[in-house]
Ligand binder design. Structure first.
Ligand code: HPA
Length: 266
């Protein structure tokens, strides 16, 4: 399957992107600032359509600052029933056509009151509680190692760069550990409390399979969560998907600015 994706990607992509940008729920507008962009619907490259409100299901390819970027608008959530290995396959295919960097964004719930809705959280590390792993199955060493090291999954230099950009822009950037659950239900109050005890700062239903796959494939990873709500038990109101999208849109403006500056550097 990886070779197949490599073939179709090479056929449809005019340039050779060095960066893959994955846009989370409500963050699709981050692709709007791209120059000379071209849209490729997922079906064209043999990918299933991504079918949640706020996720389009297309690649946007173009220039962002000094980089040639391929952007996934719409991602494959495990809760939709996509096999985890689909994520490994597509990420490996991108790596094999020359993509060296992954920038991953998501909408997430906060596990601490000091990081309310509308905050941006630079992901320093993750905890995989999804119960799944994209690397399960036969391994081909030409794609990546059987037992990949995850001790610095989120590249320290990339993180420091984004932090200094945030400083210069006067945009508050929290830092923390992202914990992934499979979803699709939001968490119980007891789960939120437990996750806090485990050392997590935010919770969400994506990103981890992509990051595991990218590290496996040898990419450098930068991850940012847009906090759309406090976890269950930390806020009075119940969480809805519509709220998630609305909060994401507001904080996404700041994230867009940060990433635009980030892409101005080589
Ligand atoms: N939990 C899990 N995923 C999420 C949340 C949440 O509270 N908010 C946005 N995505």
């Amino acid at each position: 399957m990886i070779e197949q994706y490599v073939k179709t990607l090479k056929k449809h992509l005019a340039g050779r992107p060095d960066t893959l940008l994955i846009l989370g729920s409500g963050l699709g507008a981050l692709a709007d600032g791209m120059q000379d962009s071209m849209i490729i619907p997922y079906e064209k490259i043999g990918l299933p359509s991504a079918g949640v409100a706020g996720h389009k299901g297309q690649l946007v390819v173009g220039r962002l600052g000094k980089h040639e970027v391929v952007c996934m608008q719409g991602r494959f959530h495990l809760y939709e029933g996509h096999p985890p290995r689909l994520i490994k396959e597509i990420i490996c295919a991108f790596a094999q056509i020359g993509v060296q960097n992954l920038i991953v964004t998501n909408a997430a719930g906060s596990l601490k009151k000091e990081m309310p809705a509308g905050s941006l959280m630079l992901i320093t590390d993750h905890i995989n509680l999804s119960g799944q792993n994209p690397l399960i199955g036969a391994n081909d060493e030409k794609d990546g190692p059987r037992f990949p090291d995850m001790s610095e999954a989120y590249d320290l230099k990339c993180r420091n760069r984004l932090k200094s950009i945030a400083d210069k822009c006067g945009i508050k950037l929290d830092e923390g550990v992202y914990l992934m659950v499979s979803g699709p239900n939001f968490e119980t109050a007891a789960e939120i409390k437990a996750f806090r005890t485990l050392g997590a700062d935010a919770v969400g239903m994506s990103t981890v399979p992509e990051v595991i796959s990218a590290v496996y494939a040898g990419m450098k990873v930068l991850g940012v969560s847009v906090i759309t709500n406090l976890g269950a038990g930390l806020q009075k109101a119940r969480q809805t998907h519509r709220e998630t999208l609305a909060q994401a849109a507001a904080a996404a403006e700041n994230l867009k600015k940060l990433l635009e500056f980030y892409m101005e550097e080589e």
